[in-house]
Design a protein around this ligand. Structure first.
Ligand code: BES
Ligand code: MN
Ligand code: ZN
Length: 487
């Protein structure tokens, strides 16, 4: 779907539908049976150009999420009615900041039009083709035009992340993800794929312990992005040091020998959503050209109970040298991340951010509204949380505290991969990962996206399946830091 900005005025109304928002008590025409309530929509057909009135609810309770949902649901309705083009006039926006509203509107409409289908025939419900923001002046068109450019680049990254996460296990193997990642190589982005042999030579015993149970060969992706122009003061102690992103890439998680119940096991194709977000972020970096160096690491493997699979009770030696007693082969995400986090140390990172569908417990704690963030650094955690509030990919912080360590003490190895009881599942995941940081002083944040990475039904106007969480969050984080060039 194409997004563009134009200046209004003498132009005749474009074919398609213009969307106008109303607060409670406002009406498009005095006679209209419409009250501006949240969720309310009134379609006003015309010969060529239709109009859609969309309610936002009470003006004093307005927030960005309300506009996101109203925009996405309006777009879904119009696509369902066979409309191909939508417009939004900044002039008609009922609050002062029309430019921000236009951005949220455009982004929500754009993201709502994602489709994933493996049907043999093209689906009949076609998405919208284009969206125009009609501006009040040439200057506004300039500003909104660059905002739309940014939104499209990020949304393309989100769509790539959603595509990869949505791929069923048989179609989204480690080899297939590696093949798609390689296509992003070029310009400022370099992609390297470490195969099983290379990982063996490095000593990634924890990662490979998970890969053993499957015939699909594992792959460890390494992305490097080096900006042409940098933001930082060259004298700053972190100058030139990259932000390292790490994504869990379990292309299918059966649980391994500690096999999962079959109910909803098919959803475990989404267990590569962290890696998908990393790949989406590097894809968008090609267009957005952030002014900080970035490294992306994605350990990719299946978790299956084949004849060579790791057994409960096996002890493996991680890249860090620490030994791990694998008490439950279904706690595999932390095993592959242990090696990836330690590997991150090679790049002398300014900060490390990992994203992982790590624990079912995260859904119990926070549901699907907030993802969990665990961090050894208040400033990093706070910036990520702020970015989350702004873009709607919300993060709630859970504690890391040495008091939890006793729960993962092993009687034979340095650490065990699950606690004895069922206490604090998401925190334990974080406590385990923390032990594998190459340098505990480097700011690190772990995002547990187990409950937020997909939604089998879709809601609030968003399509069903993967959400692509992490991509928008990371770019909002960079934008707020001042690390994105003006477009
Ligand atoms: N990928 C799962 C976590 C998960 C489960 C994400 C359900 C989304 C929905 C992870 O590998 C896992 O199996 N975790 C275990 C950990 C436990 C064995 C300590 C879990 O959450 O049950
Ligand atoms: Mn698992
Ligand atoms: Zn998993």
């Amino acid at each position: 779907m194409r997004l563009f900005a134009e200046v209004g005025g003498r132009r005749p109304p474009r074919k398609g539908c213009s969307i106008r928002f109303f607060f409670e008590g406002q009406k498009p025409t005095p006679a209209a049976d419409f009250h501006g309530k949240s969720g309310e929509r009134l379609f006003l057909p015309g010969d060529d150009a239709h109009r859609l009135a969309v309610g936002l609810g009470p003006k004093d309770k307005f927030e960005r999420d309300g506009l996101r949902k109203a925009s996405a649901e309006a777009a879904q309705e119009l696509a369902g009615r066979g409309v191909r083009h939508v417009t939004f006039e900044t002039d008609a926006w009922p609050l002062p900041d029309a430019e921000e509203a236009a951005g949220i509107f455009a982004e929500s409409v754009r993201l709502s039009q994602y489709r994933f289908s493996l049907r043999s025939e093209a689906p009949k419900d076609k998405p919208l083709e284009s969206l125009a923001i009609v501006c009040r002046s040439a200057a506004e068109r300039g500003r909104i035009g660059s905002l739309l450019h940014y939104i499209e680049a990020v949304a393309d990254g989100v769509d790539l992340a959603r595509d990869l996460s949505n791929l069923p296990g048989n179609m989204g193997s480690p080899a297939e993800l590696a093949r798609r990642a390689r296509k992003l190589s070029g310009g400022a982005v370099r992609v390297q794929v470490l195969d099983r042999r290379a990982c063996e030579r490095l000593g990634m015993g924890a990662f490979l312990a998970v890969a053993r149970g499957s015939h699909e060969p594992p792959a460890f992706l390494v992305f490097q992005y080096n900006p042409k122009s940098k933001t930082q003061n060259p004298k700053s102690p972190t100058a030139g040091r990259p932000i390292v992103l790490v994504g869990k890439g379990v292309t299918f998680d059966s649980g391994g020998i500690s096999i999962k119940p079959s109910d909803k096991m098919e959803e475990m194709k989404h267990d590569k959503s962290g890696a998908a977000a990393v790949i989406g972020i590097f894809s968008a970096a090609r267009t957005l050209q952030p002014r900080v160096p970035l490294v992306g690491l994605a350990p990719l493997t299946e978790n299956l109970p084949g004849g060579a699979a790791t057994r409960p009770g096996d002890v493996v030696r991680s890249l860090s040298g620490k030994t791990i007693e694998v008490k439950n082969t279904d706690a595999e995400g932390r095993l592959i991340l242990a090696d990836a986090l330690f590997y991150a140390g090679r790049f002398r990172p300014e900060a490390v951010i990992d994203m992982a569908t790590l624990t079912g417990a995260c859904s119990i704690a926070l549901g699907d509204v907030y993802a969990a963030i665990l961090s050894n650094n208040d400033a990093l955690a706070q910036s990520l949380q702020e970015a989350g509030e702004t873009c709607g990919e919300r993060l709630w912080r859970l504690p890391l505290h040495d008091g939890y360590d006793r729960l993962i003490k092993s009687s034979v190895a340095d650490v065990q991969n699950i606690p004895e009881g069922r206490l604090a599942g998401t925190i334990i995941g974080g406590m385990f990962l923390k032990k594998f940081l190459a340098d505990e002083h480097v700011p690190w944040a772990h995002l547990d996206i187990a409950a937020t990475a997909w939604d089998t039904r879709g809601r609030d106007g968003r399509p069903p399946g993967a959400t692509g969480i992490g991509v928008r969050l990371f770019y909002e984080f960079l934008r707020a830091r001042g690390d994105l060039p003006k477009m």
